[in-house]
Design a protein around this ligand. Structure first.
Ligand SMILES: Cc1cc2nc3c(=O)[nH]c(=O)nc-3n(C[C@H](O)[C@H](O)[C@H](O)COP(=O)(O)O)c2cc1C
Ligand code: SF4
Length: 681
């Protein structure tokens, strides 16, 4: 489709604001804030999307308007005047590249905790606890309500002073809509009971904001239009709320949400995780757009350009949110406009980004390590100005493929050796779990980029030292990965299987199975899901305080559903000590760090997950003849600088180990290893 006719690339106007196309990033807190302010990291992150052609970036996730709404996940402090200069820099840097910028503000209500910042009590319309954040809130008093309305107006004024094009009021699962919902509003005063009363807070708040910012500043509402919950309100009430907000004449757009967010299970449908269907709430939004005839924005797993285009072409939305897709690739719009849609790095829905913020870290994309690191890592690889080099990569898992992709994009000649008959390494194994098939996008995108840039792949080839040296390389990447480390029991190690044995199809799942997960990441519970789906009677045993402690809440939700549906027994705080044969079955001795007691359990299969041990022989064979003796300059690695260690004058090539060939880690770690070593070659 030519860009001049592409529905996605047509401009759109909200009030006086001309948006250059129909693609936006909805509000999300990447937890890049520093001291509660959007400093350099925040700024570069949003500026990159602006460079990439996005029409509107909605910044912050829930910048907090009051001090008694302490940041739950790195939220910006909209309640402090000192934020204004930082906002100015942020909005200037986005405007400079032709995009519009707004910010979402909120009072989190019960969706935070009291044990941080100023230790103020958590506040909500009624003392109903939110399971996800677990605080028991105080019911807001009259003076709280008056104070928070004034705080909203103050914060809105700061946003305007900061040069933003507008604001969005967060009204799903937060203080304002906690008044709307019968699940959270049990009040009997003028703020509880019928809808007039339940909307009183939000209408007063919007009124106060409008009085403060005037009529020409854009104010929108991100609102839940159907809580899809037996305790909450339905679509009919949601539409009524929308109509009443519109009737105030004080708002300029609605950004629609369907569902509720008080538990991980519920949130995983509202922000649909991997394996959930594409664009689940799009038709719903289209219906509401028809009924309200008002500007409608929306995002929820509209991850591919075809679906986004359909949303606009069919009049379901005015602006389509592609939020995680922009975390995966901030240059989506430019690639569409240039007819290079197929080069968009796909968002595979892994939701590593969001899970990290709930675990107290910053958002990072599972397969784009440049996002959030724009100060040191490039989103677009530029051609090297030096002479073309010969690069050899051993291993075509995610780390090896990234090293090959980046090296080839630099203009070098790249050969990849891979022992298997196809690329992907452990990622390909993960895709044997049906819910996680999309992960193959991590491999397919890299292979396609490599093919375009002329990378030579040699599959079914165990690279020997002579093969590598025969290519006279300038740089060698060892990305050979690892092998499962299952020999961790006091006895019976020869009787266990690895997750790889099962996922590869070499060994079929047994009927009564123990998965002993002494890793706490995806690997163990992914194989557990595969086994559970086979119909086996399954017990997961883990020494951790809860299962797969290292994955976040949204990924947890996907596994927990399968385990609950298949009656999987989950035993925490326990270790499989040893295994012995018992007739044609196995007897597993299970103990605990907390007690000397043990119990025996009879099963017919034990699967052990304890990460991998690096496949490093080739690295150590090459090390003595390499220029850098395998050494990495960590200071340069930190700052994004050049690697120029030359400890061996006789060496003719640089040697780098990356990914699990160093130690058992995750996809992001391996890809980041590769990017930061290859980007300056
Ligand atoms: C890291 C991260 C943080 C988020 N924080 C917020 C937030 O504070 N407020 C909000 O309204 N939505 C937040 N969201 C939800 C997004 O705005 C969006 O609704 C969601 O990611 C679904 O859209 P997508 O499938 O295009 O990513 C967050 C999403 C992510 C990935
Ligand atoms: S971590 Fe996964 S969901 Fe998040 S942006 Fe990256 S690919 Fe998308």
């Amino acid at each position: 489709m030519s860009s001049s006719h592409d529905p996605l690339l047509q401009p759109y106007r909200i009030k006086h604001l001309e948006l250059r196309n129909r693609i936006m990033s909805t509000s999300h807190e990447p937890a890049y804030s520093e001291d509660g302010f959007p400093k350099q990291r925040y700024r570069l992150y949003h500026a990159e999307k602006a460079k990439g052609g996005i029409a509107l970036t909605m910044t912050a996730g829930s910048a907090v308007v009051s001090a008694d709404s302490p940041a739950a996940f790195g939220n910006l402090h909209a309640y402090q005047d000192e934020i204004v200069p930082w906002l100015k820099e942020l909005s200037d840097s986005v405007h400079e590249h032709g995009s519009a910028i707004m910010m979402q503000i909120t009072h989190l209500g019960r969706r935070t905790n009291w044990n941080k910042a100023d230790w103020f009590p958590v506040l909500a319309p009624s003392p109903v606890r939110e399971p996800a954040h677990r605080a028991f809130p105080k019911a807001a008093e009259d003076w709280d309500i008056a104070r928070i309305i004034a705080d909203y107006a103050d914060a809105a004024e700061r946003m305007k002073a900061g040069g933003l094009d507008g604001i969005e009021l967060e009204c799903y699962g937060h203080f304002a809509d906690q008044f709307w919902s019968p699940a959270t509003n049990k009040r009997t005063d003028e703020y509880g009971g019928d809808l007039d009363n339940r909307m009183r807070f939000s209408l007063r708040m919007i009124n106060a904001i409008r009085e403060r910012v005037g009529s020409d500043f854009i104010v929108g509402v991100r609102m839940v239009a159907d809580e899809d919950w037996e305790l909450g309100f339905d679509r009919e009430v949601g539409v009524e709320i929308a109509q009443r907000l519109i009737a105030t004449g004080q708002i300029d757009f609605l950004n629609l949400i369907r569902g509720h967010i008080d538990t991980d299970a519920a949130l995983s449908n509202l922000i649909p995780i991997q394996g959930r269907r594409s664009a689940p709430h799009l038709d719903f939004c289209g219906e509401i757009r028809k009924e309200t005839k008002f500007p409608i924005l929306h995002a929820a797993r509209i991850s591919d350009v075809a679906t986004a285009r359909h949303a606009i072409a069919e009049g379901k939305l005015d602006m389509v949110g592609m939020t995680r897709p922009h975390i995966a690739d901030p240059h989506i719009v430019n690639k569409i406009a240039a007819g290079r849609e197929h080069e968009i790095r796909p968002c595979v829905g892994a939701t590593y980004c969001l899970d990290r913020i709930y675990e107290g870290h910053e958002a990072l994309c599972i397969h784009n390590p440049a996002t959030g690191r724009e100060a040191t890592m490039p989103q677009i690889i530029s051609k090297s100005k030096g002479a073309a080099k010969r690069i050899v990569v051993v291993g075509a898992g995610p780390a090896g493929l990234e090293a090959a992709r980046v090296s080839a994009a630099r203009g070098h000649s790249v050969t990849v050796f891979e022992a298997a008959n196809e690329p992907g390494g452990q990622v390909r194994l993960i895709t044997r779990v049906p819910r996680r098939r999309e992960m193959i996008g991590i491999v397919d995108w890299r292979v396609s980029e490599c093919e375009r840039d002329g990378v030579e792949f040699r599959f079914n080839t165990y690279a020997e030292v002579a093969d590598i040296l025969g290519l006279e390389p300038d740089v060698v990447f060892i990305a050979t990965g690892g092998i499962p480390n299952t020999e961790i029991l006091d006895g019976g190690n020869d009787l266990v299987h690895s997750g790889w044995d099962i996922l590869s199809g070499d060994i079929k799942p047994g009927q009564r199975v123990i998965v002993y997960d002494d890793n706490a990441a995806h690997a163990g519970i992914a194989v557990a899901e595969f086994v559970a789906l086979s119909g086996a009677e399954l017990e997961i045993v883990t020494p951790e305080r809860f299962f797969a402690a290292d994955i976040g809440g949204l990924n947890h939700a996907g596994y927990a559903e399968v385990f609950a549906d298949h009656n999987v027994r989950i035993t925490i705080n326990s270790r499989v000590r040893s295994i012995k044969r018992k007739g044609n079955r196995l007897s597993a001795k299970i103990g605990s760090d907390y007690s000397k007691k043990t119990r025996d359990r009879t099963v017919d299969q034990v699967i052990v997950e304890h990460g991998t041990l690096p496949l490093e022989d080739l690295y150590f064979e090459l090390k003595p003849v390499s220029k850098n003796l395998g050494e990495v300059d960590y200071q340069a690695l930190r700052s994004g600088g050049l690697q120029d260690i030359a400890a061996n004058a006789d060496g003719s090539f640089q040697l780098f180990r990356i990914g699990d060939a160093i130690s058992s880690r995750n996809i992001h770690a391996g890809i980041y290893d590769a990017l930061r070593l290859a980007k300056d070659l």
